[in-house]
Design a protein around this ligand. Structure first.
Ligand code: IMP
Ligand code: MG
Length: 191
């Protein structure tokens, strides 16, 4: 029975612990590098880091702890999938940040993955309309082959191929977010 979390195997209930596409140590190393890069880039600016719930929550909390700058934490919740594996093309803000806090701030949007680009583009427009001093985008994963909108990404953790991934915050129907690594959905889903 696979209970170690990093090995391939099966457990009672059907779901599998899939082979990692990006393992926990590799994630931690890359997140540390991104934190250093952001720390250097924001030498004299306080960051308002906006995490996009729910998917980016795990990446976000790891990342902000690697940023050695004054930083304010905030979140919003966006939904564009409605439980499917590709975007509906329509983004819904389920819970917003306090919009009054954005003007004059150095906003960094933190996403889990940019696929079609619809969500990130929507968020950029939303924040730009709120008059920030600067706006930058950070995503753990980038799936460039799926892009429909050419959205500027300032910080990218990893480029990935066109496979649906889960783990380290990313889900399929709410599941698998707690995997400490990233795996292809096909690897973890019960056959
Ligand atoms: P986009 O609007 O098509 O760029 O999709 C972005 C959002 O879709 C991300 O914030 C994720 O929540 C979700 N998403 C896209 N690809 C995947 C995936 O492979 N696994 C899990 N969620 C994904
Ligand atoms: Mg998301």
């Amino acid at each position: 029975m696979g209970t170690s979390g990093t090995s391939t195997g099966t457990r009672k209930g059907g779901a599998r612990f899939g082979k990692a596409l990006i393992d926990a140590a590799t994630l931690a190393r890359r997140v540390e590098q991104l934190g250093k890069q952001i720390t250097a880039d924001y030498a004299d600016r306080e960051i308002l880091a906006v995490g996009v719930l729910k998917g980016a929550a795990f990446f976000y909390t790891d990342l902000v702890r690697q940023i050695r700058r004054p930083l304010v934490v905030d979140f919003l919740r966006a939904d564009s999938y409605g439980g499917r594996t590709s975007t509906s093309g329509e983004v819904r803000i389920v819970a917003d940040v306090d919009a009054a806090d954005i003007a004059g701030r150095h906003v960094l949007i933190v996403e889990d993955i940019v696929d079609s680009g619809v969500t990130m583009q929507y968020l950029r427009k939303l924040f730009l309309a709120r008059d920030p001093a600067s706006l930058a985008t950070c995503t753990l994963l980038d799936k460039p082959t799926r892009r429909r909108i050419d959205v500027p990404l300032d910080y990218v953790g990893f480029k990935v191929a066109d496979v649906f991934v889960v783990g380290y915050g990313m889900d399929r129907g709410g599941r698998y977010r707690n995997l400490p690594y990233i795996a292809a959905l096909d690897e973890v889903q019960a056959p």
